[in-house]
Design a protein around this ligand. Sequence first.
Ligand code: IPE
Ligand code: IPE
Ligand code: MG
Length: 247
Amino acid sequence: MDLKLQIKPEKLPRHIAIIMDGNGRWAKKHGKPRVFGHRNGVKAVRETTEAAAELGIDFLTLYAFSTENWNRPRLEVDTLMKLLVETLHKEVNTLMKNDIKLQAIGNINKLPRPTHKALLAGIERTKNNKRMTLILALNYSAKWDIVQATQKIAKACKEGLINETDINDQVFAQALSTGNIPDPELLIRTSGEARLSNFLLWQLAYAELYFTPTFWPDFRKQQLYEAIVDYQQRERRFGKISEQLVP
Ligand code: IPE
Ligand code: IPE
Ligand code: MG
């Protein structure tokens, strides 16, 4: 049976987060340099975004560059940053056409100027779009996020805007870079690696984790449907027992 038809619209996750991994190994498999894998990853981004919007997902977060990724060879980092500029310039029209709003999380001020500029331009141009929000995690690290949230809260305390006893998990969640965005119900990681690599540690506290051996450049609509069908078969108990759950 068609996988897409197996998806129950009433049980869709509102927010899906994806660790797009395996570009380098995909390129190696094809006897090409690593950056060839990154270039081919763009197609997967386009298809996944389109599929998520068509299904009616509200938020899609893509881990595109981690704080740790600066430690890669200079040529690879430079190419990735240029590819981002190129892709943002090209794809913003598609986002407009599909009514998708672009946002970013991460320490984006530290991105190279052209990348930062292209990103801000994309965010500005798509800011009134309503169908879905596409969030790019760029120069992102969950530990950075938690630290910057803590600094924000400490400052608010110092300025007398809040009391330390008012700090609870809502206040903390609000101070994270994901502020008003609901936590992802589903996390997908491609390429067979089963780790979080410093991604959304707080926000993924109760997410369903889905690992697939598919390398990111091979990820298409069908692979997204597979992940969602798998997610919908899971029982999310949040600490309760099965019998307590309303069907
Ligand atoms: C993910 O693919 C893309 C980024 C981290 C930017 P990788 O480049 O990590 O590919 P592998 O894991 O080396 O195969
Ligand atoms: C995580 O992938 C970061 C992104 C997908 C952007 P990596 O390939 O950098 O993760 P590690 O280093 O293998 O954990
Ligand atoms: Mg990797």
